[in-house]
Ligand binder design. Structure first.
Ligand code: FAD
Length: 430
């Protein structure tokens, strides 16, 4: 007994509790930054904090909802994603005290740091809609959402089995990651209804809390054409506040007349999930008044604590929360933090807020599209790009590549590159 006690005490006392770099979160932002620092710092200098043991490619969940991908195909054991040369602690952060350079974990462990990267994402909270969890859990043929791993696998069945009635899609009145996704799944559903020859028996409605169909003006204009052409009813300034699964009623608050409710009957309801900052961050001194980590939008360095940086959905950078934004900003974070860490003053470009939430896919790509056909499409796109170097076209090529990657067979060599590298390489080879 005594010797067991001593072994435990010795283990606890030899556990490393100070790291040069602590990374909170091993989603796409945390991993992108940690993997770059793993090449710059000696072993045992970096610790990554995250309880999740499965890494998920969340943008693919829209394709899961449409039956194009299986949820399992978008997952990898986290242990295979954590960069070599780093330590992974499988617990969540429960408290951050930047004044003491301290992170406390749910398991009670305290870790101090020289530098901190916060990349904890954003929390989904269906509890903000009365009755939503009950409906998602108990009526998965009629109430669905692509926004979580737990519910995404119900979506395709519900859409594909839907034959007649009112299909209602919603966009919440909170900050949301990938604000295009609630619309993307609606267009994919509408397409599926056509393929199943039931479109004429179904009415489709999009109720959004926004005053317009989409936050970016030029895309909003194009999308207005799309909803008109596809006979989709658009209602603005409506926020879903309650789901009554028994009577299949969705209750919305009119945001222009607070307190005034409007009831919609539905036969199929897709909920755009409400979101909020993680509580452990919201209660820390790292955040702004809205609960998001308060960083400089061009450098990703914290405004008050210079040894703290943040990336992705947990930040208050004024751009849409997407993996594309992480792809566009992680190198800038790494270079700014490297300057600070190694006392350098290398010139670093400013993050310009690049984000992307692709809504429209070039051509018609499905599970049956062959690698050869995709390659041919890419060649056409690249040729078009060469003759017409317009930023929107470049954007659309990158969007296509992002979408194509998950459709290509796993051994396809394009997977070796990320979307941008892949675009450049394809362009050079043509
Ligand atoms: C349905 C859907 C469709 C989307 N479509 C697109 C798209 O088409 N294009 C696009 O670019 N983006 C899309 N996105 C958004 C994209 O997935 C996110 O913006 C991106 O994952 C953000 O990366 P992140 O690292 O900030 O957060 P995440 O990738 O969410 O990672 C956060 C990590 O932090 C961990 N964590 C949470 N709390 C703690 C804690 N207390 N302590 C430690 N770790 C913690 C989590 O376990 C997670 O691993 C979509 C998302 C969804 C859900």
């Amino acid at each position: 007994m005594n010797s067991v006690f001593h072994i435990i005490v010795r283990r606890l006392s030899t556990q490393q509790n100070h790291y040069k770099l602590v990374v909170i979160g091993s989603g796409c932002g945390g991993l992108a930054c940690a993997s770059k620092f793993a090449k710059k710092l000696p072993k045992d200098d970096i610790i990554i904090i995250d309880k999740t043991d499965i890494h998920t490619y969340q943008p693919g969940w829209t394709l899961v909802g449409a039956g194009i991908k299986k949820a399992e195909e978008l997952e990898k054991p986290q242990a295979q994603c954590i960069p070599q040369n780093t330590t992974w602690v499988q617990s969540n952060a429960s408290q951050v005290e930047p004044e003491k350079n301290l992170v406390q974990l749910e398991n009670g462990r305290k870790i101090t740091y020289d530098y901190l990267i916060v990349a904890a994402g954003i929390e989904i909270n269906f509890n903000r809609i009365k009755g939503a969890i009950d409906a998602l859990d108990n009526d998965p043929q009629h109430v669905v959402s692509i926004y979580t791993r737990k519910y995404v696998t119900n979506v395709y069945n519900a859409l594909n089995n839907f034959r007649t009635g009112h299909a209602l899609f919603t966009f919440p009145a909170t900050t949301i990651k990938c604000p295009g996704a609630p619309q993307k799944i609606m267009y994919l559903a509408e397409d599926l209804f056509r393929k199943n020859n039931v479109r004429d028996k179904i009415t489709v409605t999009y109720n959004t809390s926004l005053p317009v169909i989409f936050g970016v003006k030029k895309y909003a204009a194009a999308l207005m054409e799309v909803v008109k052409e596809r006979n989709i009813q658009l209602n603005t300034r409506l926020n879903l506040v309650e789901v009554r699964a028994n009577s299949r009623e969705a209750i919305f608050e009119n945001l222009d007349q607070p307190g005034t409710m409007k009831t919609f009957k539905y036969d199929l309801l897709h909920i755009g999930a409400p979101m909020q900052p993680h509580e452990f961050l919201a209660k820390s001194t790292l955040v702004d008044a809205n609960g998001y980590v308060d960083v400089d939008k061009e450098t990703l360095q914290h405004k008050k604590f210079p040894n703290v940086f943040a990336i992705g959905d947990c930040t208050n950078i004024p751009t849409s929360k997407t993996a594309a934004a992480v792809a566009g900003s992680n190198d800038i974070l790494v270079r700014n933090l490297s300057n600070l860490m190694f006392g350098k003053s290398d010139k670093v470009p400013k993050y310009d807020g690049y984000t992307s939430c692709p809504l429209i896919v070039y051509g018609c790509i499905s599970k049956t599209t062959s690698d050869g056909e995709i390659k041919a499409s890419l060649r056409i796109l690249v040729k078009a790009l060469k003759s017409f170097s317009h930023i929107d076209l470049i954007d659309s090529v990158i969007m296509c590549l992002t979408r194509l990657l998950s459709l290509l067979s796993p051994d396809y060599k394009i997977h070796k590159f990320n979307a941008l590298d892949c675009f450049i390489n394809t362009s050079i080879r043509t």
